[in-house]
Design a binder for this molecule. Sequence first.
Ligand SMILES: Cc1ncc(C[n+]2csc(CCOP(=O)(O)OP(=O)(O)O)c2C)c(N)n1
Ligand SMILES: [Mg+2]
Length: 530
Amino acid sequence: MTIRNGGQALVDALVAHGVDTVFGIPGTHNLAAFAALATSPIRTVLTRHEQGAGYAADGYARVAGRPGVCLTTTGPAILNALAAAAQAWSDSVPVLFISPGMPTGHPGRGNGLLHEVKNQQAALEAVVAYSHRVTSVAEIPLAVTYAFSAMCTGRPRPVHIEIPLDLLDAEADVHIVEPVAPVRPVPDTTTLGRAAERLAASAEPVLIVGGGAKGAAAEVRAMAEHLGAPVLMTANGKGVFNEAHPLAVGSGVHHPASRALLESADVVLAVGTELAPSDFWYGPVALSDKLIRIDIDAAALVTNADPDVRLLGDATATLRLLAELVPAADRDGDERAAAARERLRADAAAEGAPWLDIMAALSPVVDERTVVAADSNMASYYGALSNLRVHRPAGFLYPTGVGTLGYGLPAALGAALAEPNSRVLAILGDGGIMFTLPELAAAAQQGLAIPVIVVDNGGYGEIRNEMVDRGEPDQAVALGGIEFPALARALGCHGVTVSAVSELAAEVEAAFAADRPTLVHVREHSRASH
Ligand SMILES: Cc1ncc(C[n+]2csc(CCOP(=O)(O)OP(=O)(O)O)c2C)c(N)n1
Ligand SMILES: [Mg+2]
């Protein structure tokens, strides 16, 4: 036991849980926490808006494979991070949001204190796994241990800790609680045996992997090769299986080719995927009687499709056990995979036609160290998702579930800090970049060599197309008139416009070699372009 104030107790607890980076912004109510950070081994990364801090912590968590941390002050500050919290929840990303709250003894109906929100905790509680308001300084480390236990056991989801602002400065005898080592739950032997039997008897198995398989890349590969099974990836699963592998069909499960492959399979092994409408854009595929599902979350295990065999467990541990029970098959999946891949590529090329030249130009710069941080723009979901291959787990950061705009840039910042040897590039639209644009200054301050590719069609292209397709006037969708490279330079970055896509690869390579981010502005030529 040692006497500490609340801020120190918080930071010591974070250090005990292996936290090396905190994204956030200081304010009057969290000064004690920032003071403790200043003397700790933790790197404090200042963003320019709390939403950026939340997305950066998300990008960090996806790439590092451990929780990201976002520290804000009270009221408007933590509310600014809400969209990021919702994004992390929907994509099962472990991010710890920490903020002060109204002081102990504050009247529940409010008294007009600075940053007071009617019910701050209720706002957080509505979007994260849980929000926990501590009631004493001594409870702070315990709250941190609870949060890490929740984020590292079972389905990873964001957590919020609220510390009454007076407790950050108050002192107490504090015991730092060591982390609880997470376990990897596995299904019972009988159920595993049933899954193994079905797989052994299968003539044409297919694997579909999602974000829940991100930590199980080696096991997915071993299983695919063991079974001779073609592999499909969802947006969050993109990169779990190397897209250059002969059994890789590709990413994007909405394509007719993906549906046809799943329909023709006699057994589908789904690993860590919600089989969600945000992946199956055009409706669900009927899979239930031939579906074997591995999921860490009992609810997710039966949501969207109730499988024939339910394997409730950790993807890595369950795949390992399953591989021991399934005899290696002499099935050669390569040919089936190649046929499906060809069809998927044709679907993807048709859907992504306006962005194919950009994707072809980027393809050679995406190597096994490259992380592509995407946004909710057409070049990302019609272009990159299925037409730009990535070669590593967490190689594609994409706001799948909540589909927020403004994710790509701060996620790239977080990813680049999580893995200094990686090559992180961001792809955003001219609409999405403006949502979190100030984070260019944050990335510049960190000296990060991130190419930030802005694909400019002069507006909210997707929405403009939808209005036109509904026979309605296009309105409130025209942007344009922004000098993006100049804007980037004003924020401490480099900025270039490529006048021909043939220049793109060289500009991106130059950006990777720079001492700061480079905004690379490219014109899009699609039906949405203005
Ligand atoms: C936070 C947020 N606000 C609004 C939307 C609705 N929305 C979806 S796509 C889109 C247009 C995005 O424009 P841009 O980034 O330029 O990409 P483009 O559609 O032109 O490819 C909008 C406004 C959203 N997804 N997220
Ligand atoms: Mg646009």
